[in-house]
Design a protein around this ligand. Structure first.
Ligand code: ZN
Length: 391
């Protein structure tokens, strides 16, 4: 299928003005102020007037297999469906295991990632779960990285949390080192996704790695940094002082945040205002993890699951509520995770890049069109491609 999007405002994520974009064979073939090819046979022309075109969003922390289980087996959350992902403009996910690395396994995670890829999006996984020693598929982090194509790093390794395996700083450094070398040998990112809990150590484990080894900060992405104001402040200090990278979680219900919790959109604004480089902050949804749901009066209604669509909601809130420029906020869900994960075809709109695209109304930013690897998944706000078991 060939598509020509005409007269669309490109935010790639840099503002490149109004252009035409030619798409075919899962790639962006050409990008210019005017492409006079509309008469070509078999081409579908999409009108981009009044719309912005953004790179497909990258969500680098999703419990695609389901998560939870922290209230017993009945609280294990269900697997994600394709429409949960694409309806939020997300075209690339990194799947991970969390607290439960026993009933959730790497074989199952890889199979789910493969299924989603067959359904049309791009998927990767981290090897491991909260647990240390890391429970890999082959028995070693490096072997997993080198032999399993979808493995781009290790995670979510839990530190500073009562549910963590309580590794020592040396054990933690070894995980980061093995993941880095595995990444070097497989030409992949070798990123460690780190679940941050409420503990007093905050980001001290990451500081230890930077102070005692030659490993660069780009190998570690601590997540849930916005779980408390205290951790958010430490994250800003870590990013500014040591060039670290921080990830903010988007899936909490914005109306019922924990008392100390910082909304992801506000966290981004705080970080930028404090002088953190805009390319050092990412968002991820923690999608499909278990999440308390509240009644309007604030009482607990029950358990729900975190939504991948919250990724874009927080990006929009950063723009509309917190006053972050759109090109800057967009980096947190496009070019920044692509760079950290070394996904060379993702996160930018340019010739030769993968045709993962989101087109939205320029005023409201409501999603109109989602394309994944050149296939139209959402059009006019309607989902065109559903998962195998969705009707
Ligand atoms: Zn987590």
């Amino acid at each position: 299928m060939l598509y020509l999007i005409q007269n669309v405002h490109i935010l790639g994520p840099e503002d490149e003005g109004i252009k035409d974009v030619l798409i075919g064979g899962a790639k962006i073939l050409a990008l210019a102020s005017h492409l006079p090819v509309e008469a070509a046979y078999g081409i579908t022309v999409l009108d981009g007037r009044g719309k912005v075109l953004m790179p497909g969003f990258i969500d680098a922390h999703v419990h695609i297999l389901g998560g939870g289980g922290e209230g017993g087996a009945r609280t294990r959350t269900p697997e994600i469906m394709l429409s949960d992902i694409i309806s939020g403009g997300v075209t690339t996910v990194v799947g991970c295991l969390g607290t439960d690395g026993c009933t959730r396994t790497m074989t199952n995670l890889l199979a789910k990632a493969k299924g989603l890829e067959e359904e049309g999006i791009t998927t990767y996984v981290y090897t491991g779960s909260y647990q240390v020693p890391v429970r890999t598929l082959t028995g070693s982090i490096m072997d997993d990285m080198i032999l399993l194509e979808k493995v781009v790093g290790t995670g979510e390794v839990a530190i500073s949390d009562h549910r963590s395996s309580q590794p020592t700083k040396e054990e933690f450094a070894r995980i980061v080192a093995d993941t880095r070398v595995g990444g070097i040998l497989s030409a992949k990112a070798g990123l460690v996704n780190i679940h941050m809990g409420d503990g007093n150590e905050k980001l001290d484990f990451l500081r230890y790695v930077l102070e005692h080894t030659q490993i660069p900060p780009s190998q570690m992405l601590p997540t849930h940094i916005n779980r408390s104001l205290t951790l958010m402040k430490d994250g800003i200090d870590y990013a500014k002082g040591l060039g670290g990278y921080i990830d903010l979680t988007t899936s909490s219900d914005p109306d019922y945040l924990e008392p100390e919790e910082v909304k992801a959109s506000t966290g981004l604004k705080m970080a930028i205002d404090a002088g953190v480089s805009a390319d050092h902050v990412t968002f991820s949804s923690d999608g499909q993890g278990s999440l308390p749901i509240f009644n309007p009066d604030g009482t607990l209604k029950g358990l729900g699951v975190g939504k991948v669509a919250s990724l874009y909601r927080e990006m929009r809130d950063a723009v509309f509520s917190d006053g972050v420029p759109l090109e800057t906020a967009l980096m947190a869900i496009t070019s920044n995770p692509a760079a950290l994960l070394k996904l060379s075809g993702k996160g930018k709109i340019a010739q030769g890049m993968d045709a993962d695209l989101v087109m939205a109304d320029e005023e409201t930013l409501d999603i109109d069109t989602v394309m994944a690897k050149g296939v139209l998944m959402v059009s006019g706000g309607e989902i065109l491609v559903k998962g195998t078991f969705e009707y």
